[in-house]
Every structure is written in C-alpha cells, then in structure tokens.
Design a protein around this ligand. Structure first.
Ligand SMILES: Cc1c(C(=O)c2nccn2C)oc2cccc(OCCCNCc3cccnc3)c12
Length: 403
C-alpha cells in the first residue's frame, strides 16, 4: 500500500501547460461566471455520454454544476477547459475537486476527477489523455500526488467495481422510453402494481434536514463511515455543502433542487439516521411521448444502528438491514412524490442489505473505482466477481459515493 511513482515536489513539475494540438488552447474556467458555467453546461449537455443506448443524455442544470463542481476548497485552476483558438469555442473539459480520502484508516490528501468530456467531433484525437496529464500537472503543482476517479470502462487495476441498480417508480414511463421491458408472463398493470409505493413515509421522526442538524449529521456521518475500507472524510463545511446544498444557508436553498437530505429525529431530539439522494434527469432523445426521465441517485446515508459495530456482528447486520430497508423505502416514497421515474443506486456502502427486498433491479452498467499513483489491494464492491450477482454477505468496502 502506498505511492507508486517516486516522491516529487511541486518544484519538479513544469510550470508551463502540457503541449496541446496547435489550433487549441488551454483555459482555466471561471465557474463563478454565468457565461462560463453555460459553456460547460452546453458542452456536457451535447457531448457527455453515459449510457450506451444513446437514448438518454444527462439534462444538466446550473445548480448541478454549482453544487457538484464548487465544494469547499474548490480551485479555479482545477476546472480545465480547451478552446478553439480561432472561435473561442469550448471543446473539452475536465474537473478536479479536493478529496480527503481514507483507505483502511490511512488518510490520503487527493483530488476527485470527474466531468471529463471531449466534443464528439474531436474523439479519437487522443485529447482525453492530454486533459488528464494537464490536470495532473496542475494538481501536482499544489503538492497533491493522488487522484480518485471512476469510469464505466475497465482501465488498468480498479480498486473496486460496483454495479448499477435501478428501482422503478414509474414503470410505465420506463417501458414507454425503452428502459424496461415486459417479460412473457407480465403486463403493464402487473408491473405498475409490483412497483407501487405508499403515499406517506413510515419512519417516525423523519423530516427534511436543516442547518440546525449540521453538527449531529457531521458526527453521525463520521462514526458510521468507520465501517468501510474506502471513505471520504468531510469537514463540517463539506457536510453542509454536500448534504445541505451549500455552506451558506441562502445559497443552499438553490442547490436543494438537486441534493435532498432527510434526518430521523427521536423523541429526545437526537438525530439517529440520515439519508440523501441527488436529482439529475436524462433528456430522452427521439421519443414522441416523453422528453425527459426524472432520476434520483442514492447518495450518503448513516444510521446509529450501525455505529461502533463490526460488519461481522450478524445480529447488528440484521438490525441495520431492517433499518436501512425502512429508510430507503421512505426515500422511494419521497421520490415518488417528487415525480421521480427511477431511483438509482450502486452496490456500494451497505446497499446490498436492502436492494433485493426493495425491488431494485440489477442494471447492465458497472462503475469501476480508480486511485491514481496509489497501490492498494482490491475492495469488495458488493457483487460476486464471477457471477456479478449481489453478494449480500460480503457487503461492500466502498464508502465513497461520486456524483
Ligand atoms: C448513470 C446511471 C444509470 C443510467 O445510465 C440510467 N438510469 C436510468 C436510465 N439510465 C440510462 O443508472 C445508474 C445506476 C447507478 C449509478 C449510476 O451512475 C452513477 C454515476 C452517475 N454520474 C452522474 C454524472 C456525474 C458527473 C457528470 N455527469 C453525470 C447510474
């Protein structure tokens, strides 16, 4: 376990940007400028590909970028763009944000790389590796030598791999857009009935999280995440940003269209649990009936039921299983109320404890986790390596959730 490359200092790193194809120039995006956020939004909206079927494309909002790209400690120079010199058109982007990663108890100051995008017309020009080299240079100049990133494709040595899972909430719409299909002995009515959820949440004391809960959420997140091998450690400001929408309560209101966090408060005023999900719709291309798919992604959660207990403690595992099933079932009920069509989750964290019982279906996508310049042994991703089926016993050591 440890760095792979020879140790260096920022002085060893070139101060000039990495060489670029002649018609293009490096730019540092200023995501405090509405026009620049718009450029990134348009580039990704037209060119970011996530699903192989080409039916769906992420339907970004300004708030999604405000929230996803500007957490506490964000740096302009880690929002790297490539523009065409002549036209000033943005044709590529890559982002890094600070990450306090902890791997089996060892803290690793690193960055999280995400949102890499190359314009469709510039594919196969080997631009992506150049984007990665340039953002690595800019990160190294800040004396950071490790990076964390995920990808649907298999690259050299993933630390872990998790599987996509989907919980239909509006089955008929998923059927209409071609995401879900009918098996021989099924009908639209039987499927709609199968995925029906109550209208009211069931957990006593469940309510939206507020800023007054910040201290307790911060504490509960920290102790609960000791159970995973790979976790993201958060400052209190980072918990405010990632779970309440922003450090500043006024700014947070806008981002609460994207990030939704709920807490359970017991009769003594103690926060015993929280869960969160973020919304990122898909535009549906070429469909006569629907133009967008409303999607929620399970984000971070924690329960006092799991605090201070080993995952080998069978008794506690079954208590946690029961608790998480109830909490995530409430998340489904809330999302149905928000007109969400499908609730997405990975096989990470303790999700394998509830995925099957709450009727999540295994998707055909996988998420591979990578750690640049850090050798480490593999971490279980909640699925059986050979069969790719859920591995409820093993659970997952992956506690980090990336957007
Ligand atoms: C993507 C995604 C999908 C789908 O593609 C999908 N669901 C319903 C219909 N479709 C086609 O399903 C998932 C299940 C779990 C985690 C996921 O993704 C985890 C990572 C999400 N990244 C979002 C992101 C981050 C940065 C920039 N743009 C997008 C996904």
């Amino acid at each position: 376990e440890g760095p792979i490359d020879a140790l260096k200092t920022p002085a060893d790193i070139p101060e000039n940007p990495y060489p670029l194809l002649k018609d293009f120039e490096w730019v540092t995006m200023d995501l405090d400028d509405a026009d620049e956020i718009k450029d990134v939004y348009e580039l990704l909206h037209e060119n970011y590909v996530e699903d192989s079927s080409e039916i769906f494309r992420f339907k970004y909002t300004k708030e999604f970028f405000n929230w996803g790209l500007k957490p506490p400690g964000w740096k302009k120079q880690w929002h790297v763009g490539v523009r065409v010199k002549e036209t000033n058109r943005l044709v590529a982007f890559i982002a890094g944000i600070p990450l306090d990663l902890e791997l089996r108890g060892k803290g690793i100051r690193s960055v999280e790389i995400n949102f890499i995008c190359v314009h469709k017309k510039l594919r196969n020009k080997r631009l992506a590796p150049v984007l990665i080299k340039e953002i690595t240079r800019r990160v190294n100049r800040e004396d950071i030598w490790q990076a964390f990133y995920t990808a649907g494709v298999v690259l050299p040595s993933p630390v872990s791999v998790c599987r996509y899972t989907h919980r239909p909430l509006n089955w008929e719409k998923l059927y209409d857009v071609g995401f879900s299909a009918l098996q021989p002995n099924e009908t639209i009515e039987s499927m709609t009935k199968l995925y029906e959820v109550p209208t009211k949440t069931q957990t006593p004391g469940l309510r939206k999280a507020e800023f007054k809960d910040l201290e307790q959420i911060y504490e509960l997140y920290d102790v609960f995440h000791n159970r995973y091998e790979m976790v993201q450690r958060f400052s209190k400001d980072e918990i405010a940003h990632w779970l309440l929408g922003a450090v500043d309560p006024e700014e947070a209101k806008k981002n609460q269209q994207v990030i939704h966090t709920y807490v359970v408060e017991d009769s003594t005023g103690k926060i015993t649990d929280f869960f969160s999900f973020y919304l990122l719709p898909f535009s549906i291309l070429k469909n006569p009936k629907h133009e967008s798919l409303n999607v929620a992604y399970l984000f971070y959660y924690a329960s006092s039921v799991g605090v201070g207990k080993s995952r080998k403690d069978k008794e506690n595992q079954s208590l946690l299983k029961e608790r998480l099933q109830q909490l995530v079932n409430d998340a489904l009920i809330i999302c149905k109320g928000l007109d969400i069509d499908v609730f997405n989750a990975l096989t990470s964290q303790d999700n394998t404890l509830f995925l099957e019982d709450l009727k999540f279906g295994l998707g055909d996508g996988y998420l591979n986790y990578y750690l640049f310049n850090w050798r480490t042994s593999q971490i279980t991703g909640g699925i059986n390596e050979a069969t790719k089926q859920l591995d409820p016993e093993a659970g997952s050591g992956v506690g980090v959730v990336m957007l």
